[in-house]
Write a protein that binds this ligand. Sequence first.
Ligand code: ADP
Ligand code: MG
Length: 309
Amino acid sequence: MSHSNKPFDLIVVGEINPDLILRGDVVPAFGQVEQLVDDATLTIGSSSAIFACGAARLGLRVAFVGKIGDDVFGRFMHEQLAARGIDTSGIVVDSTIRTGLSVILSRGADRAILTYSGSIAALRYDEIDLRLLDQARHLHLGAYYMLDALRPDVPRLFAEARRRGLTISLDTNYDPTERWESGLAEALAAVDIFLPNETELCAIAGVADTSAALEHLGQRIPIIGAKLGAKGGAARQNGTTVHAGALPIDVVDTTGAGDSFDAGFVYGYLHGWELERTLRLACACGSLSTRAAGGTAAQPALAEAEAVL
Ligand SMILES: Nc1ncnc2c1ncn2[C@@H]1O[C@H](COP(=O)(O)OP(=O)(O)O)[C@@H](O)[C@H]1O
Ligand SMILES: [Mg+2]
């Protein structure tokens, strides 16, 4: 890989919080009813952290920038990232806030998610150690629409990254306000790779048809890697769209599949792979990640993902 004199391939900026997954008879009954569930697991949550773990699993050298409270959920996330060899020196601990949490009520194929935003929305531009940018080749920002305090400064962050020669990828994830703007056009103008799912792609393009949405956004974004769920993915670069299928798989849990796809896509990009191979790796990483509960437990190492290409 070129530029390997830099200590990191990738800086991830975004949200960092655990998921508490409850399985079984999870529909709550109020009136102080105590109800037993089959299983409870605290696991790595949040799009950006799951992406960082997926990239590290593939062998990329990753540093993470995000914000946690001085509490057990924050310490859990910090430990989990560090255990995967991810540099955590850019993680800010703020004792005035509490780490965010998602409680996932999982019932067969369906689930309900209760999220306490907490530290998720609180990361500010002035808390990002810009010196980390000098140490990496690429910047990935996840969960744009969750990062309330940072969002107005995302164009500034991207400009700093570009000035230092980094390439940039962005996965906005879903916009809870469903306005699909909030300065996004300016942020998108600076990215090299945009990584939406099908819903996000069409909403942001303002076009209902997926291939038309790809064509439309492809006029102003160099590379788009679009996630199409069980259909796999599509990617567009230089006026050409390529497709790749998902793997036929016994899906256990699709949490984080899109973030694992992103990790594969960025891996291929940073290694100079051609678009179609990059997309196939991304789809393999997304599909393989659905084999186990939670976002990170089944993320593949490179050899395992390449074996199914
Ligand atoms: N049911 C499924 N079967 C196989 N692969 C899947 C399935 N759902 C998702 N994937 C894989 O994960 C990738 C991302 O999933 P998707 O649900 O589209 O993204 P997001 O999680 O961002 O909404 C897909 O491109 C595909 O490769
Ligand atoms: Mg997603």
